[in-house]
Design a protein around this ligand. Structure first.
Ligand SMILES: Cc1ncc(C[n+]2csc(CCOP(=O)(O)OP(=O)(O)O)c2C)c(N)n1
Ligand SMILES: [Mg+2]
Length: 448
């Protein structure tokens, strides 16, 4: 029988792979204590000075890590001695359009869930700048691992409205063939791994993928260098997976940019109850990772930090970088949540009024003469029309064949899965009034 049980995966080149691994790891060197030295030479802390003062390090006496920003909430450039523009006007207009698309689509799909058209949805309100700004700094070859509030990353990388709608309606054009709940997008074409609901699992996977890229570059130095970008919320950073992932990436020198969206909440748990340290950024430093905190409502700051992080991640044979992007989750956590049960309505209203990544870039563009009220209303109308068109087209499409339920786990359908398929067909044939499968491509025949 053909080997049917091997899942698809990364193939390690045994002959050159191990040699590359050895070359990648630093040479072992002996650590000894020189007589009279004022520094500790324990293997676990080689640069620590001896002291006769007994000092417990107090987090509160360390300065809080600053937040990098390029423009303020009125769209004014803070340091006007330099131009924040690291891209042509046309590209900036494209980021703006992508943020707007996410925002308009979010509103429509939130309502679509309320109308019972789709089962679930999550919006990115307030966090569009982190997604679009960081994605604008990556190359299309870079590999992305996302959580679920990075719709803007997909939009910026070229996921179309049809792609979004096909996944949301789980129709036959969905690359995941309808097997995931809504917003769990993925795209092999765009090098974005499929989103998984299980929090933080993407973080060690990202470190592993970055290690694979490092090996690939060692084996074939002529291919363009790539990094992994890994997104997660500050809540996900409470999982053990986060810590394991940062440590392995630091010790093995993996070219991965960890992008934490700190939006103040993990569903109903505010950050004040999630941790006592200085956000997530302080944890990067703890793992020996170069780290920056940025204003997530400032698309220029996010983009600049990610561009720099990408360069740094490829230095010295590869290393991880952590970006903590600060924002506020303006929306409810998901369509299954009512956030006014645990936070004040005025707090949300205040954030909506005070600051937002979309209105901030809009203000900057208006000051530059790139945008105006009329362009805004035309763009919104057009995007809305396109979203509604794709929504109704996707809703009318057939669902994937029932057979797809059993495919793609193993290279070939296993005898057990074949038996289940047969049983499913028997049930549908026996109770046709209970199971209307005409909406699925090929109907019951796909199970033959
Ligand atoms: C392992 C695991 N535990 C719990 C959950 C339930 N859960 C889903 S989202 C979420 C909050 C995550 O917060 P954060 O990472 O800050 O992301 P945000 O929703 O704020 O964007 C929780 C607890 C889950 N999906 N997986
Ligand atoms: Mg959060």
């Amino acid at each position: 029988m053909k080997a049917t049980r091997r899942p698809h995966g990364f193939r390690f080149n045994v002959s050159t792979g191990y040699a590359a691994c050895r070359a990648a790891s630093k040479r072992w060197s002996s650590i000894s204590q020189r007589p009279g030295s004022d520094h500790v030479h324990f293997p676990g802390a080689v640069n620590s000075k001896f002291t006769s003062e007994m000092i417990f390090q107090r987090p509160s006496t360390h300065p809080t890590i600053p937040t990098y920003r390029v423009m303020d909430s009125d769209g004014n450039v803070v340091d006007n001695t330099r131009d924040p523009q690291s891209a042509p006007d046309s590209e900036i207009l494209n980021w703006y359009r992508n943020m707007l698309t996410v925002s308009v689509m979010d509103r429509i799909m939130y309502d679509a869930q309320r109308q019972g058209r789709i089962s679930f949805y999550m919006v990115s309100a307030g966090e569009e700048g982190i997604a679009v700004g960081s994605a604008s700094a990556l190359t299309s070859d870079d590999v992305v691992f996302a959580q679920y509030r990075e719709t803007g990353v997909f939009a910026q990388r070229g996921f179309t409205l049809k792609d979004f709608m096909s996944q949301l309606f789980a129709n036959k054009n969905d690359a995941g063939r309808g097997r995931n709940m809504p917003v769990h997008y993925g795209s092999a074409k765009l090098n974005i791994h499929t989103i998984s609901s299980t929090l933080a699992t993407q973080i060690p996977q990202a470190s592993g993928a970055a290690y694979a890229l490092k090996m690939q570059a060692l084996q074939n130095p002529n291919i363009p260098q790539r990094v992994v970008a890994c997104y997660f919320g500050e809540g996900a950073a409470s999982e053990g997976d986060f810590h394991a992932a940062l440590n392995i990436a630091a010790t093995r020198g993996c070219p991965v940019i960890f992008i934490c969206r700190n939006n103040g909440f993990a569903i109903s748990t505010p950050t004040l109850e999630q941790y006592r340290g200085d956000g997530i950024a302080s944890r990067g430093i703890g793992y020996g990772i170069d780290t920056i905190r940025v204003d997530g409502n400032d698309i220029f700051a996010v983009r600049e930090a990610t561009l720099a992080a990408r360069n740094m991640a490829l230095q010295d044979g590869g290393r991880p970088i952590l970006i903590e992007a600060m924002s506020y989750r303006v929306s409810h956590h998901s369509t299954s949540d009512d956030s006014f049960a645990y936070r004040a309505r005025v707090e949300v209203e205040e954030w909506k009024r005070r600051d937002n990544p979309i209105s901030r870039l809009r203000k900057w563009m208006e000051k530059k003469g790139l945008w105006n009220e009329q362009m805004e209303s035309e763009a919104r109308t057009e995007i809305r029309k396109q979203v509604l068109q794709e929504l109704s087209a996707a809703q009318k499409e057939k669902k994937p064949p029932l057979r797809a339920l059993f495919e793609d786990v193993y290279e070939e359908i296993t005898p057990e899965a074949a038996a289940q398929m047969k049983e499913l067909k028997r049930m549908i044939d026996t109770y046709p009034d209970e199971y209307d499968v005409s909406g699925f491509e090929g109907g019951v025949k796909s199970l033959e």
